[in-house]
Design a protein around this ligand. Sequence first.
Ligand code: SAM
Ligand code: SF4
Length: 332
Amino acid sequence: MTGELVDGWGRTHRDLRISLTDRCSLRCTYCMPADGVPWLSTSEMLTTDELLRLVRIATGLGIREVRLTGGEPLLRPDIVDTVARIADIDTADGPLDVSLTTNGLRLAGLAAPLRDAGLARVNISLDTLRRTRFIELTRRDKLAEVLAGIEAACAAGYAPIKLNTLLMRGVNEDEVVDLVDFAIDRGLQLRFIEHMPLDAGHTWNRSQMVTAEEILTTLSARFDLVPQGHDGAAPAETFAISGTDATVGVIASVTRPFCGACDRVRLTSDGQLRNCLFAHEESDLRSLMRSGADDARLAQAMIACIARKRPGHGIDDPAFVQPRRPMSAIGG
Ligand code: SAM
Ligand code: SF4
């Protein structure tokens, strides 16, 4: 395979985010509605063989990192086998780097087998440490499972383990310091993510969003933060916390966009390639594949999709329109 995934602004794409399923075991209010979600059918979803074929083609075009996400990726019944097969793919620069973002619910049982299968790193979402609040936020009484999942990930030896936290005004913004203390105590790296307009209910409101600036002001009152900047194309701006081994980060997608350094491309569980979280167009690799396209034709479609990438997400543009697919169906 020749060619790389380079867009019209010179950004080379190395990081493939794959949504393994649009289904989820939680219903976080900022992500999914309580019910009435139109799920993809099994026949619409890529089989594991189809997925593997696309990943192999993408690595031939320069992809070096794969992050598995969803929906909830640990709901995929063959998740351990899928991870093992992806981690087994060699690239021109060595083995593919495979990581996963999860709500943690099934991690207690899966952390060790996934590590044995070749999973390098794990990000776990945790928005609150309070049971009642967790139920309000996720519409499920499952905090204990998430905490058990975090402990299992620590015991399995993943390093680093990152926590993703999304703060909502008037809901959990008062837990900033408690969550960071929780992370410091366990040697975890916490990242606060700004709420983006990708919720299924289209209820996002910029004035309601807790900004990175506000979070950093609260943190600075309690911790001595030493700025470390961005790690390459990574979206998080990180800070060392003096007197600890921990770092804390903010992913300020809305107020401090980092589109200029973006090297990410996304594949949905139904085989649509997206050049941006906020893209309106998708490249239908599943139909191409099922109509008999060879690897070269699929590679060409990937290259063309990236070539069309816009310079930025445009959230601040008055003409911004939220994409049709919610975050849970794109893969965060
Ligand atoms: N279910 C898994 C989880 O929650 O980690 C993986 C998928 S979830 C879509 C990935 C991440 O996206 C989570 O950390 C979640 O908090 C974040 N997320 C979901 N909706 C979001 C939104 N509208 N804006 C910003 N982040 C969002
Ligand atoms: Fe599920 Fe993750 Fe969305 Fe929460 S953020 S509803 S856990 S996909």
